[in-house]
Write a protein of this length. Structure first.
Length: 154
């Protein structure tokens, strides 16, 4: 019913938790102090809020259920800015929670998480959607980013 989504998100959340535990508690490396604590925590809270908003808009406010029932590709609303707003929202939340530990070794996890999401989505949902919607989805992929919200290409 939910596809690869829960496995992907729980997987990157667990990976980030492992890095938090190893860096901050086991090896005690990368921990920042002073003003950096506040900067990381503020960034973390902002990412959590942004992630919740993006997830909520993509999951609840977008009428995605209607598109699924009618078997139509969703390309309007938040889907003009990002193809996978629910993954993006969850990813931002995971990064935000990780940043609350104010450890600079968690910064590269942004790119690691993005790479994992890219590989998994390319090899699962994107193939399925391309088979299902064909050229319509291929054109949509050219205009809209996979996981990073951005102004759509015309």
């Amino acid at each position: 019913m939910f596809g690869i989504g829960p496995y992907l998100i729980y997987g990157i959340a667990i990976l980030n938790a492992i890095v938090v535990v190893l860096a901050s508690y086991v090896f005690n490396v990368g921990i920042l102090d002073g003003v950096w604590i506040y900067l990381f925590r503020i960034a973390g809270v902002l990412l959590i809020i942004l992630g919740i908003a993006i997830w909520f808009i993509g999951a609840i406010k977008s009428d995605m259920d209607e598109s699924i029932t009618e078997n139509k590709l969703k390309t309007d609303g938040i889907y003009t800015w990002v193809r996978n707003p629910m993954y993006t929202g969850a990813w931002f939340i995971v990064i935000g929670v990780s940043f609350l530990w104010h450890n600079w070794l968690l910064v590269p996890m942004i790119f690691v998480d993005w790479l994992i999401m890219t590989i998994v989505l390319r090899n699962t949902e994107e193939k399925w959607l391309l088979d299902l919607y064909g050229e319509e989805y291929a054109e949509y992929k050219k205009r809209v980013n996979r996981c990073i919200p951005w102004i759509p290409r015309i």
